[in-house]
Write a protein that binds this ligand. Structure first.
Ligand code: TYD
Ligand code: MG
Length: 457
C-alpha cells in the first residue's frame, strides 16, 4: 500500500509546506498550519477526468490588435442592486464569491435571484440545506420558476455529472466550504479542499461560459474562510453585511474584474425575502415631527452612492470617575478625537460627560465627511438645543478644528437637495470651482468649528 501523502497548509493564506511551522513564512500569521491529506491512493476513474487541463493546449502568442473585441455578454437580473454591484449584470463565465456572516441572508439573496431569473435554467447546489428546507424558503419568497433546479450534493464529480445532464445557464453553490473533491483526501472546508473545488468550478465556468456564484462563510475576523488564494482565483468578491438586529443589508464589491469596487447595494430583509432599497436615504432618516437635541444629518458617500444618514448623540453628566464613551456605527477613536478637538478648540468640557453616539439604521460609516455631523450632534446634545430642521452637514474635521474638504461634494449636495433639505454646511475648501447657484439648496461654507457653532447655537 502506498503511503498517504500529507502536507501542511496555512489556514490563513493557503501556503503549503512539507513540515509544520509555528509562523507562516508567507503571511506571517502564527499557529495557522494544519496537516491535510493531499492525495488519494486510489486511482482516479477515467470518467472523472471531465475537464482537460487548459494549460495543455498549445498556446501561441497573438498580437493584441488581432484579438477580436467581443462585447461582454451580461445577464441582467431583475435585482438592480445586484446588477450594479457586479458592474452591470452577470458576466458570462464569471466566478463570483459572496461572503457574509451566518444568517445574514446569503442563501436568501441567491435563491431569490435565481428564482426571479425566469428564462434562465439555474442549478442551485446546496450542501447545507435539504430540498425541503430550500422549498420552504422558496415558498416564503413566493416566486415560482419552472427553470429552477435543485441539487443537494457535496461531491464535485457528482455535481459535474449532473451539470452535464442539465446544462444549466447559471450555477449557485451554497457553500464552497461544504464541497468535496474526490481527488483530495482532506475534509470539506479545509484549505486544500476549498482550493481544489474552486479550481474545478473555475475551469467549469471558463470552459462552459456559465456564470457560477459561490457562497462562502466568513471567519471571526471578517475575512472569507479559507485561504486568500480563493479571492485570487475568482473574478469578483462580494461581501454581504449588516447588523443582525436591523433589517438593512449591504452588498459590497471587494474585488471585481468587470467593474468598479466602489459599488454597493442596499437591501431590507422582510418576511418575504430581501427587498431592494432604491432610495436608502429616505429610510435612514427617521421621520420625526418635533425637533430633538443631539440629532444631526450627514451627507455621506457609501462607495459611489450618496447617502444621508442620521447621527444621534447623547451627552450626559458623568456619574463615575472615568467618563464613558460609546460609539455604534462610528469609530470610537475618531469620536475621542472629535471630543478632544471640541475640548481644546471650543472650550467645551466633555471630560466630565458621558458620550454616546449612534448611527441610525445599524449602518457603519467610514466616510470622514460624517465628522461635521457628529460634531454638531455632540454640540446639540451638550447644549440641549435641537438643530434646525432641514439642515445637513458634510465635512471632515481636522485636529486644529478646521473643516476640511471632502470628495464628490456636488453629488452630496444634489442628494440633500433631492431629499428636500434647505441648508447644507460644507467646507470652505470645497467651494473652489463649483457653481453652487445651480442647486436649489443653501450651501453654507465654513472654515472652522467655531463658525459652525456660531451659526447654529
Ligand atoms: P439565510 O439566507 O439563511 O442566511 P445565510 O445563508 O447568510 O446564513 O437567511 C437568514 C435569515 O433571514 C434567517 O434568520 C431568516 C431570515 N429570513 C427572513 O427574514 N425573511 C425571509 O423571507 C427569509 C427567506 C429569511
Ligand atoms: Mg445559508
Amino acid at each position: 500500500m502506498s503511503k498517504i501523502k500529507t502536507a501542511f497548509f496555512c489556514q490563513n493564506c493557503g501556503y503549503e509546506s512539507a513540515k509544520w511551522n509555528g509562523k507562516c513564512p508567507s503571511c506571517g500569521q502564527w499557529n495557522t498550519f494544519v496537516e491535510e491529506r493531499v492525495q488519494k491512493d486510489i486511482p482516479v476513474k477515467q470518467e472523472w477526468k471531465t475537464i482537460d487541463n487548459p494549460l495543455a493546449r498549445t498556446q501561441k502568442f497573438v498580437n493584441l490588435s488581432d484579438v477580436e473585441a467581443v462585447a461582454e455578454k451580461r445577464l441582467l437580473t431583475p435585482d438592480n442592486e445586484l446588477n450594479r454591484v457586479l458592474g452591470g449584470g452577470i458576466v458570462a463565465g464569471s466566478l463570483v464569491l459572496v461572503g457574509g456572516e451566518p444568517g445574514i441572508g446569503k442563501s436568501t439573496l441567491f435563491l431569490q435571484n435565481a428564482l426571479q431569473l425566469k428564462d434562465i435554467r439555474t442549478l442551485y447546489i446546496s450542501g447545507e440545506e435539504s430540498e425541503q428546507q430550500i422549498k420552504m424558503r422558496a415558498d416564503r419568497i413566493n416566486v415560482s420558476n419552472d427553470q429552477f433546479y435543485l441539487l443537494t450534493e457535496t461531491s464535485t464529480q457528482t455535481i459535474f455529472a449532473e451539470i452535464r445532464k442539465l446544462q444549466p445557464q447559471l450555477v449557485v453553490v451554497d457553500s464552497i466550504q461544504t464541497l468535496q473533491s474526490p481527488f483530495i483526501e482532506s475534509a470539506p472546508g479545509s484549505v486544500s479542499q476549498i482550493r481544489e473545488t474552486t479550481a474545478e468550478l473555475q475551469r467549469f465556468a471558463k470552459e462552459s461560459n456559465t456564470p457560477v456564484f459561490l457562497i462562502g462563510h466568513i471567519t471571526k475576523d471578517g475575512s472569507i474562510a479559507g485561504p486568500k488564494v480563493l479571492e485570487h482565483m475568482v473574478d469578483t468578491v462580494l461581501q454581504f453585511e449588516g447588523d443582525q438586529h436591523y433589517a438593512y443589508r449591504i452588498l459590497r464589491t471587494i474585488k471585481n474584474r468587470f467593474g468598479s469596487t466602489a459599488e454597493l447595494g442596499i437591501y431590507e430583509m422582510t418576511g418575504t425575502g430581501l427587498r431592494q432599497v432604491t432610495n436608502p436615504s429616505e429610510i435612514l432618516i427617521s421621520q420625526r415631527e418635533d425637533l430633538l437635541s443631539g440629532v444631526a444629518i450627514s451627507a455621506t458617500m457609501e462607495g459611489m452612492r450618496p447617502l444621508l444618514v442620521e447621527v444621534q448623540a447623547l451627552v450626559t453628566q458623568s456619574v463615575y470617575g472615568t467618563p464613558q464613551r460609546t460609539a455604534t456605527g462610528f469609530d470610537l477613536r475618531r469620536l475621542q478625537l472629535l471630543l478632544a478637538v471640541l475640548e481644546k478648540r471650543g472650550g467645551f468640557h466633555f471630560g466630565v460627560k458621558d458620550v454616546f453616539l449612534n448611527i441610525a439604521g445599524g449602518l457603519r460609516v467610514e466616510d470622514p465627511a460624517i465628522d461635521l455631523a457628529v460634531l454638531c450632534a455632540l454640540l446639540s446634545s451638550y447644549e440641549d438645543i435641537s438643530l434646525p430642521n432641514k439642515v445637513c452637514f458634510s465635512g471632515e474635521v481636522g485636529l486644529s478644528g478646521e473643516i476640511r474638504a471632502v470628495n464628490r461634494i456636488e453629488q452630496r449636495i444634489a442628494e440633500a437637495e433631492k431629499l428636500g433639505f434647505e441648508k447644507i454646511f460644507i467646507s470652505r475648501y470645497n467651494k473652489k470651482g463649483i457653481d453652487f447657484t445651480k442647486f436649489n439648496i443653501e450651501v453654507i461654507a465654513v472654515g472652522r468649528v467655531e463658525e459652525v457653532y456660531r451659526q447654529l447655537f
